[in-house]
Design a protein around this ligand. Structure first.
Ligand code: PLP
Length: 419
């Protein structure tokens, strides 16, 4: 196979995922669909495990990157924990078999219902994002006659040098408690009877391409751990969050799990505390592609448009962050064209790629939108009453549908019921 993009490559001008022809897949399941390479996922898991094997580390997969149950099962079966941000993600994590003592729960707006649910499941830690949340968790835990494990999410004021919408560790951000207020938060937390203070958490952003910012954040967190120790507050672990970047453009050269480990372990080691990390994107992004079919071609004076059967409802990243996704022809072509690849949704922002050079396509040809495994299906919507895309997992020469295609009846079910 002529490998052009991770686990995707061409054999006789046809694109394959592992040993499965995308053309054959499409003829069986229709388009659009997400396809994932199991080998890509397993290789990434093993890279993480290998990189962190010499330090006591729990790797918690961040469900929000992609919460398909069949994919979650792969992470769970390989010993990973789960990082969740909602009651719905807790439900899915439990469904996939994650044990509660490997589940950590972040998020600025946990509802009473979600807090109560997570306490009753005895999760490893709430990553608490405000003073008020400490009080509320304490109160709900007391009603259940339980002690809830809490860590404080601190905001180390480190610039991750990524897209502003996915920078989460700056002072002006809604996330976490500013690190200079953290000591007060801990002093408050240890006084609350139904809380067990177990750790410290930070997550500075996503798609980070320079690991020095992780080191910088770890140094600030470790300083705090020593300050807390002086005050008699002993923690069990340091959670450094997720955020490792991935390859979107073929020329991108993202850091590896080993680079991340080398940046943070020497710093965290000074405390002797257990380490937690929460990778999402870097475990699943490159394993997935979105396959879509060309419906129409349209030439205007200024531009060529390739109109496809998938858009921002399946993959919102281009519309939302102006993100780059590489586009491959499923059938390699001899001639080239430059076009905007746009979806069917009634929004100007509904594009998958702009001014992009691809092989010259015709109506009915297929395109693969690469690196779509993370924040693709998990951010999809029914906008324009479009069914959520089907998902397929490829394993060597075999494939399995891991999410059926929605039908119209299903989309409007809860409205029909009350009509
Ligand atoms: C989104 C998120 C992650 C995962 O981030 P990636 O960039 O996908 O690795 C981890 N932890 C928290 C708290 C998050 O919000």
């Amino acid at each position: 196979m002529h490998q052009v993009y991770n686990y995707f490559g061409y054999i006789e001008k046809k694109l394959y995922c592992e040993e499965v022809s995308i053309l054959n897949l499409a003829s069986k399941v229709g388009t659009p669909f997400f396809v994932y390479s199991k080998k890509a996922i397993l290789d990434k898991i093993n890279q993480y495990k290998e990189a962190f094997k010499d330090y006591d580390t729990l790797i918690c997969y961040a469900l929000k990157a992609n919460s398909n149950l069949s994919l979650l099962k792969i992470f769970e079966e390989n010993g990973l924990g789960a990082d969740i941000v909602s009651g719905g993600e807790l439900y899915k994590a439990k469904k996939a078999g994650f044990s509660s003592n490997k589940i950590v729960y972040a998020g600025v707006g946990k509802t009473d219902f979600e807090i109560s649910y997570a306490i009753s499941e005895n999760i490893l830690s709430f990553n608490v994002e405000s003073f008020m949340e400490l009080d509320v968790i304490n109160e709900i835990a007391s009603k259940q006659e339980k002690k809830a494990n809490v860590s404080i999410r601190v905001n180390p004021n480190v610039d991750p040098k990524t897209h502003p919408y996915i920078s989460t560790g700056l002072k002006k951000s809604k996330f976490g408690i500013d690190i200079d207020q953290a000591l007060d938060a801990y002093k408050k937390a240890v006084k609350l009877e139904n809380l067990n203070v177990v750790g410290v958490h930070c997550h500075i952003g996503s798609q980070i391409m320079d690991v020095s910012v992780f080191r910088e954040a770890a140094e600030k967190v470790v300083d705090l751990v020593f300050k807390l120790k002086k005050e008699g507050i002993e923690l069990k672990f340091i959670d450094m969050g997720g955020g490792l970047g991935v390859k979107y453009h073929p020329d991108d050269n993202p850091p590896t799990p080993k680079d991340l480990a080398d940046a943070i372990i020497p710093v965290v080691k000074q405390t002797g505390l257990k380490l937690i990390i929460e990778p999402g994107r870097s475990l699943i992004a490159e394993a997935g592609a979105l396959i879509t079919k060309v419906i129409f071609l349209k030439d205007k004076q200024e531009k060529h448009f390739v109109i496809v059967d998938s858009g921002m409802n399946d993959l919102v990243r281009p519309a939302m962050y102006n993100a780059y996704h590489h586009v491959l022809n499923v059938q390699e072509k001899d001639e080239e064209m430059i076009a905007d690849i746009v979806g069917p949704i009634c929004e100007t922002g509904d594009f998958l790629a702009l001014d992009r050079k691809i092989g010259k396509v015709e109506r009915g040809d297929l395109l693969a939108i690469m690196t779509a495994g993370a924040y693709g299906s998990s951010m999809s919507s029914n906008y324009n009453v479009r069914p959520i895309a089907l998902e397929v997992l490829v394993d060597g020469p075999n494939f399995k549908v891991i999410k059926e295609r929605e039908d119209y009846k299903h989309i409007s079910k809860y409205e029909e019921e009350v009509l």
